[in-house]
Design a protein around this ligand. Structure first.
Ligand SMILES: *Cc1c(COP(=O)(O)O)cnc(C)c1O
Length: 403
């Protein structure tokens, strides 16, 4: 079901459209533009509640809204989560944090990555919390003499960012910079998605190392600040862990990274994003006549094909058509054929009755009885749903639906 939201957003782009659309115009406006994503904010709130239910009651959610909230639209997602009572957000870089502040998002916004120390005035101006990637970085930031909130990052075994957990002296030093106010300490789990024995042991060891750092800080009468180590799989596989914050990303958007992954906690996650486009032309192709670039597809019998208004620049992986990719039209599956182009792709609609120019095409989401998930696309292309969603292009218009 589509709400009136797409109508409003479309009209901003069409200066002379009538205020109240009628007949065919209304139909066109309601079915969106070339390629669009319908963002179900009810599902978003539901997923946040599920994660909060699974986590210990004193634990708070820090919503990860980096990469345009995994392609969902970071401003609107953060705004909705704020309204639902979430007061902590995480982004990857300073630009994302500034954009949220300009949109009026309050509460804590943690930058998970490195920020050039020269941007210290911006960190302070927008009241962003910076990750202290290690002590050396703290020195560079402190040199600007500007008061900034920070979370100290501890490397407990992933070997990406963070002060190594063994270096207690350096870790204590991170709490002693006059201008850097430590409000949190965190680490990241590298194997929490697997329930295998080795992975569980490694994860528990990472948590033990993190706990040890916290214990030693407290023993030195240092307040560690808010503690956090779990992202989506960390929450779902270690639900009882009991740190101050949890950092869900993909699970907030209603998905696991891989379909079929087994997790410890029972969570009813509902996909937030539906991706759609349109049939722009239908045509009969005779046997042995190629379709698309490079003679990649030559049918052995007569077929009917539909051209669809979405392509790899919109985030559909170009390799999908070679790996059995399909779309939904009129509630039925239509296989991708030929090479996916930058803005268009072609599908086989021989066995689907009545396909017409202007029909809605579903690439992710439900159409009738059929459902296609970002996980299924990811599986076919050898990646994770996180990558498929976060790479949805800027041309894909986001429309937001709320009951
Ligand atoms: C991206 C990210 C997350 C969220 O990860 P998901 O697996 O999507 O839940 C959490 N913490 C850090 C440090 C991240 O970079």
């Amino acid at each position: 079901m589509l709400t009136a939201a797409p109508v409003r957003s479309l009209y901003r782009k069409i200066p002379y459209a009538p205020l109240v659309p009628s007949g065919k115009q209304k139909e066109a406006a309601l079915s969106g533009g070339r390629a669009w994503a319908e963002i179900n904010l009810d599902h978003l709130r539901h997923n946040a509640e599920e994660l909060q239910r699974i986590a210990p009651s004193a634990t708070r959610i820090m919503a990860v809204v980096k990469a345009n909230a995994y392609g969902h639209g970071s401003n609107e997602i953060a705004e909705e989560l704020s309204r639902a009572g979430i007061g902590h957000f995480a982004v990857a870089e300073i630009g994302e944090g500034i954009s949220l502040r300009k949109h009026g998002i309050r509460g804590e916004i943690l930058i998970l990555g490195y920020t050039s120390p020269g941007l210290a005035p911006e960190l302070a101006r927008y009241q962003l919390t910076q990750t202290l990637v290690n002590r050396e970085y703290g020195e560079a930031l402190e040199a600007f003499g500007i008061s900034i909130n920070i979370h100290v990052k501890i490397d407990t075994g992933m070997n990406r960012l963070g002060e190594p957990y063994q270096d207690m002296k350096s870790i204590r030093d991170c709490y002693r910079f006059p201008h850097l106010r430590v409000t949190g300490i965190f680490s990241h789990l590298s194997m929490s998605d697997s329930q295998g024995e080795t992975a569980r042991e490694f994860t528990q060891e990472q948590m033990r190392r993190f706990d040890e750092v916290i214990r030693k800080l407290k023993a030195a009468e240092i307040n560690p600040g808010r503690t956090h180590i779990q992202s989506s799989y960390g929450i779902l596989n270690y639900p009882g862990a009991g740190y101050d914050l949890v950092r869900p990303g993909i699970a907030l958007y209603g998905l696991l990274s891989h379909e079929g992954d087994q997790v410890q906690a029972q969570a009813d996650l509902r996909p937030v994003l539906t991706l759609r486009a349109k049939v722009t032309q239908v045509k009969e192709v005779e046997a042995h006549h190629p379709v698309g670039y490079g003679l990649n597809f030559v049918p052995s019998h007569d077929i009917r094909i539909a051209t669809v208004s979405i392509g790899y620049a919109d985030g559909i992986p170009r390799s999908l058509s070679e790996h059995g990719g399909y779309v939904l039209i009129r509630g039925q599956r239509a296989s991708m054929i030929g090479s996916i182009c930058m803005d268009q792709l072609t599908v086989d609609v021989t066995s689907i009755d009545g396909v017409r120019q202007g029909d809605t095409v579903t690439l992710i989401g439900q159409d009738g009885e059929e459902t296609l998930t970002a996980c299924q696309i990811a599986e076919r292309c050898g990646t994770v749903s996180n990558e498929i969603l976060s790479r949805l292009g800027s041309r894909v218009e986001r429309t937001f639906q709320n009951e």
